[in-house]
Design a protein around this ligand. Sequence first.
Ligand code: ADP
Ligand code: MG
Length: 138
Amino acid sequence: MSKEHRTASAEETEALAARLASELRAGDVVLLAGDLGAGKTTFVRGASRALGYTGPVTSPTFTIGRRYPGRDVQIAHLDLYRLGSLAGEEPGLLDDYVGPGTITFVEWPEVAEGELSASALTVRMSHTGGDGRLIAVE
Ligand code: ADP
Ligand code: MG
């Protein structure tokens, strides 16, 4: 998928995420960077729908992650915001959420820098005014 995209609504972001999802393979890790409200969870929702999961997609609140069953893969959705830092956490904390049968989406990935696959795809999301968002895929 090409590099820079602009969306004007949550629906457009979900549709873009669905297109990206069609290019993903089991084992892939997608890091979602961007401020609060940038649309990271919205992006994961669109991608998860495209991967065959029809249930609710919201940011994990009481755990760092959730798993959703997709059509052909497991989907993992991590939100590391509350973690602050991986220092002091149990080793292997992320292991349940990353693996060969899973496509993993990570909100606030900066927290786990180095722990997450170096080959991960990064999606950077930012506000461009109103409902506008700039979404860069690296
Ligand atoms: P984050 O997880 O980055 O904090 P969310 O996806 O939870 O962000 O929230 C984004 C909010 O912004 C939602 O209320 C969504 O409906 C709204 N929104 C408005 N325009 C867009 C857009 N272009 N892309 C994504 N979300 C948008
Ligand atoms: Mg979120």
